[in-house]
Design a protein around this ligand. Structure first.
Ligand SMILES: CC(=O)SCCNC(=O)CCNC(=O)[C@H](O)C(C)(C)COP(=O)(O)OP(=O)(O)OC[C@H]1O[C@@H](n2cnc3c(N)ncnc32)[C@H](O)[C@@H]1OP(=O)(O)O
Ligand SMILES: CC(=O)C(=O)O
Length: 520
């Protein structure tokens, strides 16, 4: 095992400074629990002096037993007008009774003079006395040197004086912050070489991603001897976000051999998705290591090669980070995509098999008409089974009719009437729904339930419509993608329909969804 690098997670503090993220106290407690299970060393949970929610959180977290992680409270150096022992924010930090307190202080002369409006000397004094006072009351105190790299570029002598003041105050770790995220990795390296000549205190980095280099800058700091990386799950954070721990941790462990989170790396994909869910954001599919498409292969040439050796188009085995490989079927597919997907379904096919050629031809032609099979694995499987003459049919549509009515009371009512042939018997049902597709779904279920009672366990969970040729206005073709779940097993499948008529496109996707379920 290599050298230990300490991870300081600030998802709950800097992560929550991202537009659209607003954690409740309960959300924070749930995330802390997961980060602790992942053996994250430090969890910065908020600013006790900032708002009542954070105050309440810090009261509750005291009652929570942690197995690995240390809890950190965040704040600033004392206000220039206050004596340190009278400063409300400093008092609140101490009252939080956390293992660690992290305070940030100004390092850039521009900020000292413009934002704080004090002299450079006064700033050195307030940094040193804030840290010294906290050290008398808290076990570990970290100093975030805000804008350190910009400060160094503006006035290197003063930026180093700030670090010396923090060291004199007794900071346990000095965290060099690239607050505006504008630094390049070689600048980080060059500047760190200079600070090492001046301070002995261990150092870490807090990098923002405004130049797209937060991860590279953090790794560069470690290469230069840094022992702590501050970052967030999924890279959430103010403006363009923070260094992304879901990318940095695998790099440190797999590529560089550091000791970071013990044997928990295989759980990092799950952690990323959990935090996305709690943050009410879709996980970025193309996120390295943990994204849904991080090991997804679409081009036929890629799929052909990974079937021979996965290293041809994968930098690591997906299992190392708890992710998995997936192959997509589209008009960029070759025979290998079809073979791979068939194999996943337990169907053995030969590359020269006519079925493979037939499916490829059908997919390319259907995608040309607007169908998309990447997100419609259920429809793809039906297509494959049809080509193999294995697809079973359970009902035939005779006709359907939709009525959409606006009542005098301004209520919208959707009603669907369906006539089906099921097992040679004509079935006629009517249902109302929240909207036309919901009514169609309800009428279809009503007709099929007496014959196939198992469909009560399937549920539509997502419905997406995309206009394919917008220039045709209301006559444009639309693609409907439906996602359905089996409530008993949790299995999900997607189906697709395309038409100029949104109801017809929905119907196609809907019957594929039911037929997929009944075929399996
Ligand atoms: C780089 C970072 O991400 S730092 C973290 C940023 N996060 C946040 O700001 C979220 C939490 N913040 C808050 O809830 C509020 O801003 C509070 C409670 C901290 C302060 O609120 P207010 O007292 O209303 O002040 P306001 O937000 O308007 O301004 C910040 C004050 O802090 C001062 N300040 C800024 N940095 C520091 C510092 N390092 N040390 C001491 N004081 C500082 C500013 O000069 C300003 O004081 P002034 O009003 O006398 O000019
Ligand atoms: C401390 C912090 O959040 C920053 O400097 O960006």
């Amino acid at each position: 095992m290599g050298k230990k690098i300490f991870i300081y997670d600030t998802t709950l503090r800097d992560g929550s400074q991202m537009k659209g993220i607003n954690f409740s106290v309960e959300d924070k407690l749930r995330i802390v629990k997961e980060l602790d299970k992942m053996e994250i060393d430090y969890i910065e949970c908020g600013w006790p002096g900032s708002n009542p929610k954070d105050e309440e959180f810090f009261k509750l977290i005291k009652l929570t037993k942690m197995n690995h992680s240390k809890i950190a409270a965040f704040g600033s150096t004392r206000h220039p007008k206050n004596r340190v022992e009278d400063d409300v924010n400093i008092k609140k930090l101490i009252e939080a009774e956390t293992d660690v307190v992290t305070i940030f202080g100004k390092t850039w002369d521009l900020h000292v003079e413009k934002a704080l409006g004090i002299t450079l000397e006064e700033n050195l004094i307030l940094i040193e006395d804030s840290i010294k006072y906290l050290k008398e009351n808290v076990k570990e105190v970290f100093f975030d040197a805000e804008h350190f790299f910009d400060g160094y570029k503006s006035n290197p002598e003063y930026a180093l004086k700030v670090l010396k003041a923090a060291e004199k105050g007794g900071a346990d770790i000095i965290v060099l912050a690239d607050t505006n995220g504008g630094s390049l990795y070689y600048e980080i390296a060059e500047i760190i070489d200079e600070i090492k000549k001046v301070i002995k205190t261990p150092f870490g980095i807090h990098a923002h991603n405004d130049s797209g280099l937060a991860n590279a800058n953090s790794i560069e700091a470690v290469r230069k001897g840094g022992i702590q990386i501050q970052g967030t799950i999924n890279g959430y954070g103010e403006r363009c976000g923070n260094a992304n721990l879901c990318e940095i941790i695998p790099n440190l462990m797999i590529k560089m051999g550091y000791d970071v989170i013990g044997d928990k790396l295989t759980k990092i994909t799950k952690l990323s998705r959990f935090v996305s869910e709690i943050s009410n954001r879709s996980q970025a599919e193309n996120m390295p290591y943990v994204g849904g498409n991080a090991f997804g292969h679409k081009g036929g040439i890629h799929v052909s090669a990974i079937m021979k050796d996965t290293h041809t188009y994968e930098h690591i085995e997906p299992e190392k980070v708890g992710n998995k490989r997936n192959v997509l079927v589209s008009d960029l597919s070759g025979k290998s995509n079809i073979l791979y997907k068939a194999n996943e379904l337990g169907i053995k096919l030969d590359k020269n098999d006519n079925v493979v050629k037939e499916v490829i031809k059908a997919i390319k032609s259907l995608e040309n008409q607007g169908y998309e099979f990447e997100g419609a694995d259920g429809s793809f499987e039906l297509l494959l089974k049809k080509a193999m003459k294995q697809r079973k049919y359970f009902f035939d549509l005779i006709s359907f009719r939709m009525i959409i009515e606006r009542t005098e009371l301004n209520k919208m009512i959707s009603e669907a009437t369906i006539k089906l042939d099921v097992d040679g018997k004509e079935t006629h049902t009517v249902s109302e729904g929240d909207g036309p597709v919901n009514a169609l779904d309800a009428a279809l279920r009503k007709a099929l339930l007496p014959h196939y009672p198992q469909i009560k366990d399937m549920e539509l969970v997502d419905y997406k419509v995309r206009v394919l040729n917008g220039k045709d206005g209301t006559a444009a073709k639309v693609r409907v993608l439906i996602e359905t779940v089996d409530k008993l097993t949790g299995e999900r499948w997607g189906t697709v329909g395309v038409s100029e008529n949104i109801i017809k496109a929905s119907w196609e996707a809907l019957i594929d969804s039911v037929e997929y379920y009944l075929n399996n």
